[in-house]
Design a protein around this ligand. Structure first.
Ligand code: ARG
Length: 564
C-alpha cells in the first residue's frame, strides 16, 4: 500500500501533475506473477487522454521513473513494471511493524464515527442455528475490521424475543409443560413444546385461538404471561452466553425485538402523519409500488405489530442514540426482501440516512449438500459442534505436544478458531459444507494451520530469546529469499481495505493463509537460527510475521496461542 502510494506520487510528478495521485493509485496493479515486477502501471488510460499509443507512452515514461525505493523499471507492451529495492523496502517494512506493533495495517477512514452491527440475533426458546453462527462469526469479524479502519463499532444482538410464537409457546407450556424439565434443558424442552403445539394444532384448531389470546395478553402486560416470557428469555440467554463465551464474542447491546414494544406507536404514528399507511385486507401496510417491492406489513388486523415494524422502530432508535455513520445487518440471504423493504420504507419516510443501512447477506451451511435444519427434531446443536471441535483439538494436542501447559485453553482456542476460520475463509455468499475433519486439519487453508504457523514463529523467537526491544540490525541478508514474505507483509493494509470495502472477512483469511504459506516455505529454506551473521535481521522478520498473523487472526475474532 505504502509503496503503491509512493509509486503513484512518482508518476504524478513524471506526468507533470496532470492526473490526480488518487486516480493513479487506482490504476496501479500488482502483477500476478512476481517475476514481472512488484507493481505495474498499465498505460491504456493515459493513451486515451494523450491520444498516443500506450506502448510509446510506457517507453517515454519509464526512463523518467527514478527513486531509491525502485531498483529496476521494465516495459512490457503497454505496462511499466517496477521492481522495488528489496533491501530498503524490507528493512523499512520490518521497522514499521516493530514500531507500530498491532496497529500496523490500520487505516484512518472512519474518524472514530459509529458503525452499528446487527449480528447473531438468535431467537429465544429455539436452538442457536448454523445461520446464527454464521451471523455471529461474520458480524464479529466485520466489527474488528471496521474498527481497524478507524470506525467505532457497536455490536447489537437483536434477540428474537417477540412475536405470536410466544403466545403459542405459553399455551403449550400451560397445557403440557413441566418447570423442572425446562430448567434442566431449557431450549430443548421449549422446542419440544413448540413442535408439539404445531402437531396438536393440526387436530385441534382451537389451540391457535388460545395462542393468539396468550400473545394478546402478553402484549397487554398480563402478569402471568410476562413472567413466563421473562423466564423463557432468561433461560435462553443463559444458554446463548455459554456459546458466546466459548467463541469469545461480546456485545454492546442485547436490545432485542421486545425492547421496541413501547416504541412501536411512534413508528405507526409517523407513518400515518406521512400518509404512508394504507389499509389492505384489514391490515395496515406501506405500499412500495415505485420500488417494485411487495407492500411492507406494519400492523395486522388484530392490531399486532410485526417483525418489520420492530425493525423500523429499531432503526429509528439506533439512529437516535448512536447516530451511526453506517448500519450493518449481518443476516442470512433469505431475509434480503425484508431488508429491501425496511430501507425503502425509511427512505419513503424521508430519512436520508436509510442509504447508510446495508444488509450483509450470507449463504447457507450445508451438510452433505443439504441445508442444516433446526426444525423437526433434526437439531444440530451448535454448542455440541463447538465442544466436539474442542475435543478433537484437545486430542491432537495430546498426540503432538503432550507436555503443553494450559492444554484446555489452547484446545478451546484451536477448536473454536477452526470452526470460525472455516466459516470466514470463503466469500460469505458461498454456501459452506460442514465438516469437522476439514476444519481441524493442520495443513491447507485452515485456522489451525495459521495458528500453528504463528506458534512455530513464536517458538523460534523464544529459542533465540529475541525481543523487539533489542533490534540491532548488524548484517542484513540480501532479502532475496525473504522477499515473498516481505512483499506480503506490505500487502496487509490492502487486504484490510478490501475486506472493509466488500464487507468480506475472507480477504483477511486468504491473506493470512498466503502469509503463513510463504513463511513456512521460507522457514524450510533458511536456517534462521544457525546463520550467525544474518540472524538478527531474520529474527526481526520472523517477529514481524508473528505480529501480522496474530493481528490477522484477531480481525477474524480468532485467538492465537503462542504454543500449541
Ligand atoms: N432473529 C432473526 C432470525 O433469526 C434475525 C434478526 C436479524 N436482525 C434484524 N434486525 N432483523 O431470523
Amino acid at each position: 500500500m505504502k509503496y503503491k502510494q509512493e509509486f503513484a506520487k512518482i508518476l504524478f510528478e513524471v506526468l507533470d501533475q496532470e492526473i490526480h495521485v488518487k486516480d493513479l493509485e487506482v490504476i496501479i496493479e500488482k502483477p500476478k506473477n512476481q517475476q514481472h515486477g512488484d507493481l505495474a502501471f498499465p498505460c491504456f488510460t493515459l493513451a486515451k487522454l494523450k491520444r498516443k499509443s500506450p506502448t510509446i507512452i510506457a517507453q517515454e515514461l519509464s526512463g523518467k521513473i527514478k527513486s531509491p525505493t525502485i531498483e529496476k523499471v521494465e516495459v512490457v507492451g503497454a505496462y511499466i513494471n517496477i521492481f522495488l529495492n528489496k533491501k530498503i523496502v524490507s528493512e523499512d517494512t520490518v521497522a514499521d511493524i516493530i514500531h507500530q506493533q498491532e496497529k500496523y495495517g490500520a487505516l484512518d477512514i472512519g474518524n472514530n464515527r459509529p458503525v452499528t452491527i446487527d449480528l447473531s440475533s438468535p431467537n429465544i426458546a429455539k436452538p442457536f442455528s448454523m445461520g446464527h453462527l454464521r451471523s455471529t462469526v461474520i458480524g464479529n469479524s466485520l466489527a474488528f475490521i471496521v474498527e481497524k479502519c478507524g470506525y467505532k463499532p457497536i455490536r447489537i444482538n437483536h434477540i428474537g424475543d417477540w412475536g405470536t410464537q410466544f403466545g403459542k409457546l405459553i399455551t403449550a407450556y400451560k397445557l403440557w409443560g413441566e418447570a423442572e424439565k425446562v430448567k434442566q434443558n431449557p431450549i430443548k424442552e421449549l422446542l419440544t413444546l413448540y413442535v408439539k403445539f404445531h402437531d396438536e394444532a393440526e387436530r385441534d384448531p382451537s389451540l391457535v385461538e388460545q395462542g393468539r389470546n396468550w400473545f394478546k395478553k402478553l402484549e397487554d402486560g398480563d402478569e402471568e404471561a410476562a413472567t413466563l416470557w421473562q423466564w423463557f428469555r432468561d433461560e435462553s440467554l443463559k444458554e446463548f452466553s455459554r456459546i458466546y463465551e466459548l467463541m469469545n464474542v461480546q456485545f454492546d447491546s442485547y436490545a432485542g425485538e421486545a425492547f421496541y414494544n413501547d416504541k412501536m406507536d411512534t413508528v405507526v404514528k409517523l407513518l400515518e402523519e406521512k400518509q404512508l399507511l394504507v389499509e389492505s385486507d384489514q391490515a395496515q401496510v406501506v405500499e412500495l409500488l415505485d420500488e417494485e417491492l411487495p407492500p411492507c406489513l406494519i400492523k395486522k388486523s388484530d392490531g399486532a405489530t410485526l417483525y418489520a415494524t420492530r425493525d423500523l422502530a429499531a432503526a429509528l432508535y439506533r439512529k437516535g442514540i448512536y447516530d451511526f455513520d453506517l448500519s450493518l445487518y449481518v443476516v442470512g440471504n433469505e431475509q434480503s426482501l425484508h431488508f429491501k423493504q425496511l430501507i425503502a420504507v425509511l427512505e419513503k419516510m424521508g430519512y436520508g440516512w436509510a442509504s447508510k443501512m446495508v444488509h450483509i447477506p450470507f449463504g447457507m451451511m450445508l451438510k452433505d449438500g443439504k441445508k442444516m435444519s433446526t426444525r423437526k427434531g433434526k437439531v444440530v446443536l451448535l454448542e455440541e459442534v463447538l465442544n466436539e471441535s474442542i475435543a478433537m483439538a484437545r486430542h491432537n494436542i495430546e498426540e503432538k505436544n503432550p507436555n503443553l501447559t494450559n492444554k484446555n485453553t489452547v484446545a478451546r482456542q484451536v477448536g473454536v478458531g477452526a470452526v470460525m476460520f472455516h466459516d470466514l475463509k470463503n466469500f460469505r455468499m458461498n454456501d459452506i459444507e460442514f465438516s469437522l475433519e476439514e476444519m481441524l486439519r493442520f495443513e491447507g487453508e485452515t485456522g489451525p494451520y495459521v495458528q500453528y504457523t504463528y506458534a512455530r514463529a513464536c517458538s523460534i523467537l523464544r529459542k533465540a530469546n529475541w525481543k523487539p526491544e533489542d533490534t540491532v540490525q548488524t548484517t542484513s541478508p540480501s532479502w532475496e529469499k525473504e522477499w515473498k514474505v516481505v512483499s506480503l507483509l506490505t500487502e496487509f493494509t490492502n487486504a484490510i481495505k478490501r475486506a472493509y470495502e466488500q464487507f468480506d472477512p475472507s480477504q483477511i483469511a486468504k491473506y493470512i493463509v498466503d502469509l503463513a504459506q510463504a513463511f513456512n516455505k521460507y522457514y524450510g529454506e533458511v536456517k534462521i537460527l544457525e546463520d550467525g551473521l544474518k540472524q538478527q535481521a531474520r529474527l526481526a522478520l520472523v517477529y514481524s510475521v508473528t505480529v501480522v498473523l496474530k493481528e490477522g487472526l484477531r480481525l477474524l475474532g480468532i485467538e492465537a496461542p503462542e504454543e500449541m
